[in-house]
Design a binder for this molecule. Structure first.
Ligand SMILES: NC(=O)c1ccc[n+]([C@@H]2O[C@H](COP(=O)([O-])OP(=O)(O)OC[C@H]3O[C@@H](n4cnc5c(N)ncnc54)[C@H](OP(=O)(O)O)[C@@H]3O)[C@@H](O)[C@H]2O)c1
Length: 255
């Protein structure tokens, strides 16, 4: 199947590791132009060298998406460098350290508001884009009533993100902009949250594996493949969808 992504211009937030990096790996393979950001520059620079070896065009900068002005500056500059924008993959999350009400505020900022900020920044350009699409990275935590105690705020914000994105899909159809989400189950990668759990709480890691009917964690590439498809013109009649990539973890009928 031809995804028809060749030459498309994309912004992928949080591309230095994990799911964001795997999305950019796919986009590079499709010969796309990509801009990305993360706070830590070292791992981003390592990936940038790899991606650009083959002559593709990926740019990246150290930006904190919760710094409204810095984020807006980077976004505008990236769109200018790309010469427009066709695809937004809004992917960033951060493990929040604060407690109580501060934790709610911090999680709201990082798991909801910055996605909305990205959308507001992208929309004027996507409206002029070539078969434009937005994909948000949500989580199955949005539908779970038994999240880990540390994930109550996270699950709530991801649920709000699903609601926001599917309402947006309805509003943006008139501009031929498709809006979808991907909701991963537990995804393991070497620099990720679950690697830490694997080392420190192997029992919890095993229980998280067991939610999948395959009794294993997913991989960043498995999530990235779904994001790549939904971003592409191959999914031209798909909008307002929240696609779970969770190994069948959520045991409800998905009508
Ligand atoms: N992994 C899972 O099990 C899982 C399950 C369900 C849903 N998800 C969702 O999938 C997405 C990606 O997950 P992941 O596991 O790949 O995450 P990850 O390994 O923690 O990577 C997050 C990326 O975002 C960047 N980032 C974090 N905070 C940032 C900030 N404030 N400003 C700019 N960049 C920032 C990180 O780089 P820096 O830290 O250097 O900034 C990194 O590049 C998230 O939306 C997450 O909620 C993941």
């Amino acid at each position: 199947m031809n995804l028809n992504l060749n030459g498309k211009r994309a912004i992928v937030t949080g591309g230095s590791r994990g799911i964001g990096k795997a999305v950019i790996d796919n986009f590079v393979a499709e010969n796309m132009q990509v801009a990305t950001c993360a706070r830590g520059l070292a791992s981003l620079e390592k990936s940038l060298t790899e991606w650009n070896k083959a002559g593709t065009c990926v740019t990246g900068q150290s930006v904190d998406v919760t710094d409204e002005q810095a984020y807006a500056n980077w976004f505008e500059q990236s769109v200018q460098q790309l010469g427009g924008l066709d695809i937004l993959v809004s992917n960033v999350t951060t493990r929040i350290e604060s407690k109580g009400i501060e934790r709610w505020k911090d999680t709201f900022e990082v798991d909801l508001l910055q996605h909305i900020r990205a959308t507001e920044l992208a929309l004027p350009y996507l409206k002029k884009g070539n078969q434009p699409a937005i994909v948000y990275v949500a989580s199955i935590a949005s539908v779970m009533t038994a999240n880990m105690p540390s994930e109550v705020e996270y699950g709530t914000m991801k649920a709000a993100l699903v609601s926001y994105a599917t309402q947006l899909a309805n509003q943006l159809g008139q501009f031929n902009i498709r809006v979808n989400l991907v909701s991963p189950g537990p995804i393991h990668h070497e620099q990720g949250f679950w690697e830490m759990v694997k080392q420190k709480q192997p029992d919890l890691y095993q229980r998280a594996c067991a939610v999948s009917v395959f009794n294993r964690m997913g991989t960043p590439t498995e999530v990235a493949n779904a994001i790549t498809f939904l971003s592409s013109p191959a999914a031209s009649n798909i909008t307002a969808v929240n696609l779970r990539v969770d190994g069948g973890a959520i045991k409800t009928v998905n009508y």
